[in-house]
Design a protein around this ligand. Structure first.
Ligand SMILES: *Cc1c(COP(=O)(O)O)cnc(C)c1O
Length: 415
């Protein structure tokens, strides 16, 4: 039976030869997933941290429904619409500095590709023909497409397989120490003339290993980028929209990047939507009497009105409850309840930042077994690499969060 369900399905990051028992989701609500067989799971990761206000938020549903009957989709070439006008204005008002120019796409990877293209074309338009490379960092994750794979962590990333055929980019160590800062500066002295932009996930590197760094590091990057005439791109697809405790991670460093990417929680986890947002001086670099100085990109479903309606509703929800306090409480609770894992020899580190809780093991030996053990506790948690992590919705209850942390603690202590 289960085999036949998978007859025509190809799952992501999954060895299909040994995958024969998928669970089937039927309903979602808040932080709960109900399966077809009636089992209720508490969701620990909010569907890859998209459902920041919980699943099926009634306000988002209402707003999407209104838009659905008015105009579910229209192309965005040469014609615009109210949901895009409203959403872009809202984003510009929420983002720091003059991050004012919003380019919509439909996935995170594509928004990062657009940011990379934007940075490179920005220099090309000014006749800087050599500034064509991106500088990114070990531990980073920026997407699965060919161009974004090339800026992910080359060892930890999921893409080692393609290493040889990806375009060569510069990937170096995060300048976390004085020594590494000096090496970073030396690197830029040598290579700045060929670097269009520095690309980083600010404060927390997500899918590359859930690694946390200090806001000061972002200030250092801003200084160096300015000094060496390089653009600074923050990929806030993971960290944006409240996940680290502030609306955007860059708020905590008081740093304004030249370009920022958003997706994941942008639509409150309801529709596929992403945005690449640039500061005025980047946008102005494309103004010219030459047609081919225009930004050369345009996904068919960009700025889909339904997705924009979701995002407007989701952003409005941030004003309707004290999400910051919720994230603070989630942080305190995860810190208190996961700390005990540190006692185990198999545990390498326990770390928490905002609504992100991580237990890192020295080695997860059998990840499928671990996934099944967690499922036995009726929780939906998806470890990767040597990491077990929680990125719950901001509306999760204390009792639900305890179930999640205890499922991890119990599984690690008693197998
Ligand atoms: C998920 C993610 C992406 C890729 O987004 P997709 O929508 O999966 O293409 C890029 N960058 C970061 C930081 C992410 O977390």
């Amino acid at each position: 039976m289960s085999g036949s369900m998978l007859k025509n399905i190809w799952l992501p990051y999954t060895q299909m030869q040994t995958c024969n028992n998928p669970i089937v989701a039927e309903l979602t609500k808040g932080s709960k997933i109900t399966l077809r067989d009636g089992t209720e799971l508490i969701d620990g990761i909010a569907s890859w941290w998209t459902a920041c206000h919980g699943y099926n938020h009634s306000y988002i549903a209402e707003q999407v429904q209104k838009q659905l009957y008015k105009m579910p989709h229209i192309m965005f070439g040469g014609i615009i619409h109210e949901p895009a006008i409203k959403l872009s204005a809202k984003l510009a008002s929420l983002l720091p500095g003059n991050l004012n120019k919003v380019f919509f796409t439909e996935s995170g990877s594509v928004s990062v590709e657009v940011a990379m293209k934007m940075a490179i074309q920005f220099w090309l338009n000014q006749n800087h023909l050599k500034k064509t490379k991106i500088l990114s960092f070990y531990g980073g994750y920026h997407g699965d497409t060919m161009a974004t794979m090339a800026v992910c962590d080359p060892d930890e990333g999921m893409h080692q397989l393609f290493q040889g055929i990806l375009p060569h980019q510069h990937i170096i160590a995060l300048p976390k120490t004085k020594q590494l800062q000096q090496e970073f500066i030396a690197f830029l002295e040598k290579h700045h003339h060929e670097i269009a932009a520095i690309l980083i996930e600010p404060l927390v590197q997500g899918a590359g290993g859930m690694l946390i760094h200090d806001p000061e590091l972002l200030m250092f990057l801003r200084q160096q980028a300015d000094h060496f005439n390089i653009l600074l791109i923050f990929d806030e697809i993971f960290t944006g929209l409240g996940r680290t405790g502030s609306l955007f991670a860059c708020n905590q460093a008081n740093v304004v990047p030249d370009i920022i990417t958003l997706s994941k929680a942008l639509s409150g986890g309801t529709m596929a939507l992403a945005a690449t947002i640039a500061r005025e001086h980047i946008f102005n670099g494309f103004l010219s009497d030459k047609e081919n100085h225009a930004l050369m990109h345009g996904p068919t479903f960009m700025a889909n009105p339904l997705a924009c309606a979701c995002a407007i509703a989701s952003l409005e929800l941030f004003d309707q409850y004290d999400w910051k306090n919720n994230v603070k409480n989630i942080e305190l609770q995860m810190t208190a309840e996961l700390e005990v894992c540190r006692k185990l020899d198999i545990v390498k580190d326990v770390r928490v930042k905002g609504a992100i809780g991580v237990v890192e093991l020295h080695k997860i030996k059998n990840i499928n077994l671990l996934k099944n053990r967690l499922l036995d506790h009726k929780v939906w948690i998806r470890p990767f690499g040597d990491i077990i992590y929680l990125t719950p919705s901001f509306t999760i209850t204390t009792a639900e969060l305890t179930k999640l942390t205890q499922a991890i603690v119990h599984t690690l202590f008693y197998g």
